[in-house]
Write a new protein. Sequence first.
Length: 678
Amino acid sequence: MRTSIRNCLLTLMVAAVAVVADAETHWIAAVAHNSGVGDSAWRTDVGVLNLCDSDAVVEMLLHTDGGVFTESFVIPAGEQQIFPDVVTWLTSGNHMGALELRSDVGVTVTSRTYNQTPLGTYGQAIDGITTADGLAVGAVVYLQQLSEDAGARANVGALNMGGTTAEVAVTLFDRLGSQVGTFELEIPPGETVQDNRPYRRRFSRTDIVGGFASVEVVSGDGVFPYGSVVDNETDDPTTILARPAAACPADIAAELGAIEGLIVTELPTEHEGYRYFELLFQQPADHDEPAGEQFQQYATLLHRSYDAPMVLRTLGYHNTRADRKAELTELLSANQIVVEHRFFSGSTPASGDLGLLNIRQAAADHHRIVAALRPLYTGTWINTGHSKGGMTAFFHRRFYPDDVDATVSYVAPLTYGRLDERYLDFLANVGTEECNETLWDLQRDALLRRDDLIEILETSTDWTYTWIGGTERAFETMVVEVPFAFWQYHGESFCSEIPTSAATDQEIFDFIEEYVGWIYLSDAALGYYNAYYYQAHSELGYPDVATDHLDDLLVTDPPSPEAGALPPGVTATFDPDVMPDIQEWIATEGSRMMFIYGEFDPWTGGMVELGDATDSYVFVDPGGTHGSYIRTLEPEDREEALAVIQRWTGVTPVMPTTTKEARDELPPWRRFVPGFAR
């Protein structure tokens, strides 16, 4: 045994899909009575311990290249029998091989293999194993701390406890993980094959310190790989235990890619500590007919860690948020998934059947996404959204209340019907009387200058207004919209910016462009958001608009924006029970819900009522608009909201440096970035 048998043993790892053997059959991977490198002389002692109350009859079978040598022995009850130089108990001459021991009672088998000359050593332990410790086809183990240099030499071997010839593939590596080479060993049944000094002999490498080897079972079962390293100066042997590969951190890209129906693309991100992915989820167009038409729903994912909280950011429109972090994502250093709403942008069934655009179908979209990803992300889940996205969040909770652990919804109303008059009452009382009178005067002044303003509109832009009923009707509708848009996006601190009658036509035109956006009711914008307008006519409802103070100047009977924006050729029947059902559910069954509103935001006129909802909260940002957030609340409310979120998630929120004065207002419609559809 040119090197040592110290190879052996190990408590082999794992998952051996091996043939189950007789419980009283033990194997020692290698025993020896032979000479090795230099003056080494290898011997093996075997110990058999019988702790049973009856004597054990033990048959030993030495499997060698020259045949099988057999003897039987009796081990008295309660005693241990040592067989010094066990090979000489079974045969004469020099031999190296595998030792099989069969006993009629339970015994424990150990051995030591050692160098007898010149001084001798205690040697290495090579314990008895059973076939249950063997490996089957496909199993891979690793032998570490291999050396082949002036100071030490290494061996690699395998025992075959199975009934047919086995084959293993051995791949040698240096300490840096560079592959040195691969070879195969064929092991007859019941035998051990040891490859001595493979680095040197096979690949002429004598510079290996801290190398390692992989051993894969190519065929057979009951295979037991082992290794050994021998000190060249003393011939002291060391057993190298085979080990399975350690569990490595899962790779999120691979795990996402394994989800059925999901297409994954990783992209760069500037967010330190995050990985960013674009996702396409295959969804049924109709969740009541899951085998029918399918479409791909676009989402984006910021991955930080598997156990961090997950923020599910629901959108009411197109996914223009990409890898922008939601407020909760920043507060909690959370993961984030942003989901485009069905029927917006590419997340649209090819049939374009708007009858499948309702809040229940959208909630089912989010439910399937949660079902796919929640097994990967074990932290607290919170869904959140802004405006229509905030509505989408609590619609999701209505139909699937257990999908997430909590909901934080920003500036999200519940509107009861088409032309909901509650918004008229809100706007009649928002802000100061002086500011509102200035806005009303501006509206009248704009209508009185209609010809000049429409000329500026037609000569300075390429927008068309066929959808809404012509340029003049679009003009009047946008003038009527001025107070709603002003209070939604700007608020009282901008009252001084409102033009007076002394302003030029261009100044009035520019003000409406800045505060409403002449693109707002253009064919391009209405087409971009046509799915929203259908929802407004079928389930969501929309606000009424005040025109009493303008009736003497209006000539086109301008509708509210939503009322005049139903897609051409599309009809919608409004269901008056949908939004009251949501309110009823929140008030009776809602839990762990938080709603943020702005004092001046007209959509606060549709504020959710908590009723008997448990562990739920409403916060209003004084002076806040449609850009109200937790960070813009007054300090006392902000601290309470953060404490609630910490209790819900177990994570201490860390506030960003943004101040109340630096509000994150949503851009006007003219920038084509969706807030709510007004």
